[in-house]
Every structure is written in C-alpha cells, then in structure tokens.
Ligand binder design. Sequence first.
Ligand SMILES: [Zn+2]
Length: 298
Amino acid sequence: MVKAEIKHAMTVDVEDYYHVAAFSKVIEAAKWSDYPSRVERNTEVLLELFYRKNIHATFFVLGWVAERYPEIVNKIVSQGHEVASHGYSHQLVYSQTPEIFREETYKSKVILEDLAQQPILGYRAASYSITTKSLWALDILADLGFTWDSSIFPIRHDNYGMPNSPEQPYQIITDNGALLTEFPLTTAKVLGLSIPAAGGGYFRQYPYFLSKYLFNRASLNQTRPQIFYLHPWEIDEDQPRVAGAGWFSRFRHYTNIKRCLPRLECLLDDFSFGTVSESLAGTDKNTTVSKAELGIKS
Ligand SMILES: [Zn+2]
C-alpha cells in the first residue's frame, strides 16, 4: 500500500503590524485606526503566493480586521482557503476575565461566520496566550461551538507556552465533557530540548537551512504533520516603523523581514502543505488529556 503524502498545516494570523503584543505598550488599542493599514495588501501577497504554489491554508482572522476590511475574508473564502478565528481584540487571554473572553470570542465568530458563510470551527489566541493561567478558555471555546484550537505552544517562553503539554495533535476533554482537538505549535527535540520550529519570528531569525532541518525533524522525516504560522506583516518591508518601542520588541518584529517571503517560497517547495482541517484529517489524534493533565504531563 502506498502511504498517502502527509500534509502540514499552513496558517496565517491575519492582523496588522500595530496589533502585535510587543507594541501594546506604545500603541493603545483605541489608536489602532490612526495607523495606516497594510493588512489587506500583505494578505493579498500571501494569497497570490499560495495560488501560485497551489496550496490551501488556514487564515485566523482577527475580528477587528474582518469588521473593517471584510473584503479580505471574501478573498480568502473565494480562493478556497479555510477561515478560523484569531479572536476580536488581540488582547492576551490570560489577561482577560472569562466573561470578556466569552463575549469577544463569540462576537468575532459571528462576524466571521456572516462574512464567510461557513461555520467557524477553529481558534487561535493572540500570542499563544492559552497557558496554565487561562485553561478555562478551552471550555468556553467548546461551549461556543469550536471543535479545534491551535493556541498552545509546548515550550518555555517569557510571554507564552505550556512546556509539558503534548507536542502532537491531541484531544482535550473540557469541563462540560466535549472534546476539543488541539494542534500544538511545532517544536523539534534536539538534545532533549524542545526547540520552536513553528514559523513567525523563529522562521525569520533562523537561517533557512535550520528552519528546514527543525521542521523536518519535528515531522520525523515527513511521517507526521506539523503546523506553520506567519503574519502578513512579516513579509512587509515597507511597513511604517513604530516609534518608541524597546529594542528587543523592534528586534523581534523587524529582523529579516525582507528574507521572509523568499524563504516561505522555499518552504512551500520543500514540504507539502494544506489547511488545518486537511492536515488534522491525516493525523493520529488518539491521545486524550484532561485539563488537569495539561501542563503537568511529561
Ligand atoms: Zn496575533
């Protein structure tokens, strides 16, 4: 029997450069509309590349963006991609109350479902902010009708991460007994350490050969699907520079932006990609964990 080719999940978090958590100290949410928007133009560049490479991806669209630039959602849908939710306000989940999280996650789901004319079943939190401090969010996602999530990064990091959580897709049993499929962000084991290999800033900071090596290693030589993410602003050399941000935030945000798009082309040639749903369909998700086990499972 010929083994079907596995598909990794290609994902894009559709937000603008002024939404990122690293700039939240210098750009208040109330001022977002004052900044020139680049998100439509940048998303179109990615759509064009995916069209040329003949792949479908999953776009986690921020509700705030969908409300102001509905054409983006129309284009994503008309080109056959999958739409999922990136929440509404891009606030960190662990900084919100469960009530506010429920309210704004519902609001963004309704906005996206109206525009996409399809059920929105997947969710990704701003800055991977579902951690052991905000596990209640998983119950709310299941209550609101989401069936899968990709917000948990199984690493140690200053702003996010659940270092001891599973590294491959698994099912979480929520408080009301529903199952939520989690597609954790890609990590590769090197000398016993979990090295992030999921995309974004890591992809821009590492030389391409290292990203390729780590992604391949995480997938055990292309035998199990992994997930990759990128933001539209990460391919935009001409985005306005944000004044007043600290050097570390600037380093994380602007490093190697001009190299990002050509590297993404290489990645699309070197690996096979599809939407999260396509990728999960070919994935063994037999591992089931309770919320209590998350974060303490070795
Ligand atoms: Zn985001």
